[in-house]
Each structure stands twice: as structure tokens, then as C-alpha cells.
Design a protein around this ligand. Structure first.
Ligand SMILES: [Zn+2]
Length: 209
């Protein structure tokens, strides 16, 4: 059984999360959000050649074990994998909205369809924070946990700082720690400067003839 509490890190899952290298040496997202961020950035394996980490059902199962969301490997199918990717890319759409993009309602609808299997139950305590529990630790439970972390983060306001980089073909998930919440890029040195060069060249070329 695993548990997520408001402002209390996951007892076992989050402690195992290591988001790996971050562009521009950004600090990873705080608390449980680091798990969500690492999930979003599983699209690129920065330790190899930026390949998709969740490239097969068995890779998804391995990832969920490595990140404490499964306690052992489950035999997943290709449709399970697609469901996981729909959740991941639906969340990324929300992060693009946090970074100024318009919402794509279809992607968000797919995200919510993928989440429509309840697996969380809540235990209350008179003098403590509520606990969100799930049994068994299967794919439904893993996705429900991720959705719960997102929901709590939306309620406490931290979600608006989770953004997807605007860089062309980027979309890296980062947490915007800046005081005025004005970061647009995963790293100014990587994506920001490339976008600036493109804008500069466009201006130099002037209007198309
Ligand atoms: Zn970027």
C-alpha cells in the first residue's frame, strides 16, 4: 500500500524518485510533484539519446517499479501503454496551458477517460492530514496516484508553476521557481536562445514577398 498526504511526501514512492539531469541545472519540482515531473519527462531518456523511455509495455512496467508505483512487474499490454501515454501527454497539455498555450479539449478529454477507474480511498484523521491510499498497486492505482498528486497541487496553487517548455519540439516539464513565474523555457541556454535567434532572423528577413 502506498499513501500520498498533503504536504507529506509519499512514504516510499517519492523517496525513490530521481528526476535525473535537468536542463540548465534547474531544481526539480518540489515534493510529490517531482514524481509527476519525472513521469512527464520519461518521454526523453537524457542518459542515452533522448529516446522515449516508455517504448514498450514492459518498459512501462519497469518504469513503474523503478519509481515505486508497482511493487513488482505486471504484464501490461500495448493498450495499457497507450493509456499511460494518454495520461502523460494530457498532463503535458495542461502544462502548456500553464505556459500560455490554449487548451486542447480533446487531449484533456482523453486524459480524463484514461483516469476514470477509481482506485483511491481516503482515510481521515482528526488531528492529521488525510491519507490517500490505493490497493492493489496496479496500473489503475498508479495513474490514480499521479492524478491525486496533480489534484492536490492544483488545490494548493503549486500546479500553475509546473510548465511544459515552449521550445519547438521540446515540451520538457519544469517547475518555475522564479518570483514572477515568468519562465517559458526549460533552459534559456538551450531552447530560449534558439527561439530568440529564430525571432531575430525572422525580423531581419522582413515580411515575405
Ligand atoms: Zn525546452
Amino acid at each position: 500500500m502506498w499513501t500520498v498526504c498533503d504536504r507529506v511526501e509519499l512514504t516510499d514512492a517519492t523517496s525513490r524518485v530521481d528526476g535525473g539531469p535537468q536542463p540548465g541545472n534547474r531544481r526539480p519540482a518540489p515534493g510529490d510533484l517531482e514524481l509527476v515531473q519525472t513521469f512527464l519527462n520519461s518521454r526523453w531518456d537524457l542518459t542515452s539519446r533522448n529516446e522515449e523511455e516508455l517504448a514498450s509495455p514492459s518498459a512501462v512496467s519497469r518504469w513503474l517499479v523503478e519509481h515505486g508505483l508497482f511493487d513488482h512487474r505486471h504484464a501490461l499490454t500495448e493498450s495499457d501503454r497507450r493509456r499511460v501515454l494518454e495520461v502523460r501527454e494530457g498532463l503535458r497539455t495542461m502544462l502548456f496551458v500553464n505556459n500560455g498555450a490554449l487548451e486542447d479539449p480533446e487531449v484533456v478529454a482523453r486524459l480524463n477517460r484514461a483516469l476514470r477507474v477509481p482506485r483511491i480511498y481516503i482515510q481521515l484523521a482528526a488531528a492529521d492530514t488525510p491519507e490517500f491510499n490505493s490497493e492493489p498497486r496496479d496500473l489503475d492505482g498508479a495513474l490514480a496516484l499521479i492524478a491525486t498528486i496533480v489534484a492536490l497541487s492544483q488545490l494548493d496553487g503549486s500546479w500553475s508553476r509546473m510548465k511544459a517548455c515552449r521550445g519547438r519540439e521540446c515540451g520538457w516539464a519544469f517547475y518555475d521557481y522564479s518570483r514572477n513565474q515568468a519562465s517559458n523555457w526549460c533552459a534559456m541556454s538551450v531552447c530560449g536562445s534558439r527561439a530568440k535567434v529564430r525571432a531575430y532572423r525572422k525580423r531581419r528577413r522582413g515580411p515575405a514577398t
